[in-house]
Design a binder for this molecule. Sequence first.
Ligand SMILES: [Zn+2]
Length: 255
Amino acid sequence: MKPINPSAEILVPRVFGRVSNIVCGMSTRRGGVSPDPLGMNMSYSVDDDVANVRQNRAFMFGSIGRRESDIAFAGQCHSATVVIVDHPGMYPECDALVSAAPNVVLAVSVADCSPVLLCDPRRKVVASVHSGWRGTHQRIVANAVRCMEREFGSLPTDLLAYIGPCAGPCCYSVGPEVSSLFDEVVIRRIEEKTNLNLTLENRRQLQSAGLSSGNIEADGRCTICGPELFHSFRRDGRKSGRMLAFIGLTQDGDR
Ligand SMILES: [Zn+2]
């Protein structure tokens, strides 16, 4: 992977390292042409210049030999809906995409919510999942795994998963109406605060769905207290940019 912008930092999941014919990664705040604090902002829906975002996206997708027009996005409405896609474009009213089509790159846009990428290296199927507290509560990652099983014959024990950086249990305070929806083991109480561990809950759901622990990589870093590297809506509010996690299949002979 060769970022065109040398200052751009793109995270590369190790868990998919053994898989051939795949592109995957996650942008960070670092690099990009947008003014501070936006940096490498990937979203047109925040207060950033369209030309900057276009340039940032060109940096990142160029690093994997792709263009913005090759990407499939979910509308991300905090649902538990999974959609199967075989073309790039915007798919509203869903939060997870599944594809077996080569040359479509699935992307999930985040700034604190948990991005989860899945790959079945045997049947050549990939998925991208947006899992904030609502999606996590609705077990969207389990829905994505079930979709891969049902529609593509995937075996959960074959699946590999990456859980990207998101709001961490050190900082992600939630009210009782949210904490009461989750098991105590994913709640951390710090002084007066009740914090949620999104990464741990998504990991537990993936394991309940049949993935083996060794096939799940969790970055584990907290976006809220990692201002140098990560965008965070909780920290920066409306000034926050967005990062993209992405995964796609390539054809033999492509990179
Ligand atoms: Zn933190």
